[in-house]
Design a protein. Sequence first.
Length: 213
Amino acid sequence: MFTTSLSLFDHAPKGKRSIVCLGTPRGGTSMVAGAIAGLGVHMGTNLPVNVEDDLFNPDVFGSDGPEFIEQVSTEIAHRSAIHDVWGWKYPRASRYLPKVAHLLPSPRLVVVFRDPVPAAIRTARRNSQANAIRATVAGKLRSELQNLNMCFELGYPTLLVSFEKAQAHPEAFLEDLSAFTGMPVPDNVSPILDFMTPGSYKDVSTLFTQPVM
């Protein structure tokens, strides 16, 4: 069976649980978070096209300091009370996740890894200097290593996703994601596949093909 992802520390998902999607900026997390939402996981309300909930986004708040952590902690309690399965997406969630992970019901991490060369190509179009290209690739790799180290330190069930494999084999990816999250793949996967199709950001509301738990 073809697989697009690798699970770590996994066990059968059941009961109340939370799904956190992270990775790197422009690293494919929007596509993956959309697929999670398409499986029926509540990822927030009035979500923008990048599927990032403002209440879990320190860039919107202005910092990831104590006041932001308090906001996130309060929201975790609120959503855990009203949803059986819920989550959020923020590429650099490793900035604050270790401070709040213990508050989450049965946390499960979906971590997206992406080839850094496309980012280097974009950099080269603006600045062809070798040092600029090196800095771009090194920055991406450092962020991915930081995410990986955090996952091993926390020890929660984790799905390591290859963005390239998920994009090239979306239906296989949905099966991997379904098994990890415990959410069934809907009979009609067309809205999810359309959302995952490369080209541009898309309206996440088109994904709600089944009840959100």
